[in-house]
Design a protein around this ligand. Sequence first.
Ligand SMILES: *Cc1c(COP(=O)(O)O)cnc(C)c1O
Length: 438
Amino acid sequence: MRLNGTMRVNKKGHLEIGGCDTVDLAGKFGTPLYVLDEDCFRDICRDYNSSFTRKYNAEVIYAAKTLLNLAVCRMVDEEGLGLDVVSGGELYTALKAGFPEERIYFHGNNKSPGELDMALKAGVGRFMVDNMYELELLERLAGKCGQKARVMLRLTPGVEAHTHEYIKTGQIDSKFGLVIENGQAMQGVKRTLEMNNVELKGLHCHIGSQIFELSSYSYTAEVMMDFAGRVYRETGYCVEELDLGGGLGIYYAEGDRPGSVQDYAGIVMEAVLEKAAHCGIPVPKVLVEPGRSISGPAGTTLYTLGAIKDIPGIRKFVAVDGGMCDNPRPALYQARYEACLANKVGEPPAEVVSVAGKCCESGDMLIWNIELPAAEPGDILAVSCTGAYNYSMSMNYNRLPRPAMVLVNGGRADLITRRESYEELVKNDLMPEKLAKK
Ligand SMILES: *Cc1c(COP(=O)(O)O)cnc(C)c1O
């Protein structure tokens, strides 16, 4: 397993993160346990800040959907990043944490009137409008509140990012955004410019996630800038802000070759600057919205091994006390992970096993064919790079309580999300009188 952030092997031969022995963490907080490496999370935020914000005066917005709770909101705020939220629930979390409203960007392809209203009242910085229905709705709702909503229009640039079918979004046949190619994007811009309660601040796109080819970004920037040039020629409107979305890939397992944040910034900004000169328009303020590349490497999940089932000549299954409930990604889109036995990191690999979850689904497998030291019940399995789209996608299938999360740094572990209790699992269940046990 590749060691991320502050991970190291301590004198006991145990995996350590943020100066905390993960075997002790498992003992103290129980498993499954999400462990968030504070230094790792903040260092990546700083890398984005120095590569984009300080170098090019661009803005970096953290995609909350990848990992969000109150503590994460505060770290993002302290690092000076903006926050991209996609629902009333994420917005509520941000407001609860005291995140500055003007640095909140509200995304989503079907925001409800209630959610738009909530965001208007909160005074969020930008509404990322996805479609004409939302645009007209926002114009009406903003008028009712006597507000001017600052919007960016989400466009579909027609770029096919090389990634999994479910996580690519830039192609024309997508549920997100107004299509440039068929004229809907230009119609959207023109309609927005006529509106009274909505102010057009710029254009947005997001071509997908877990992208390794940085040329996908420069190509997208060129398509968006060409469109900005056309907008200027047809309407006289100068695009002030250009948000190019997130999606930078990360290393999960053998074969993944992500680009660096610096290279990503260089390639994107070069394309924008060149096209601005070419189209004869001012350089817009560029925004990027990384999620996975910030939270992903900072997270590790600890599990306890239980049942071990050997089918001689076929496969050895080792089962953990979690699975698709705390990490649905392998079942959802064949995501791959690396892992180690946290209490035996120093030992050489002894066998090839497959890691099974405990849910009642044959598809609940976390890792196929991984080399581990001889595994025994009670060993602690650490799966790396689980910071993004794990806790945020977790669920209660089989009525498994959601795991706890600890923030580790300098030998100290702070509980930042409590483990769900059985009592909480039934807290919304109601018993109609006719079924009540007499
Ligand atoms: C999901 C998403 C992001 C973040 O994507 P990552 O791949 O996690 O970096 C950014 N912007 C939008 C609009 C998104 O939907």
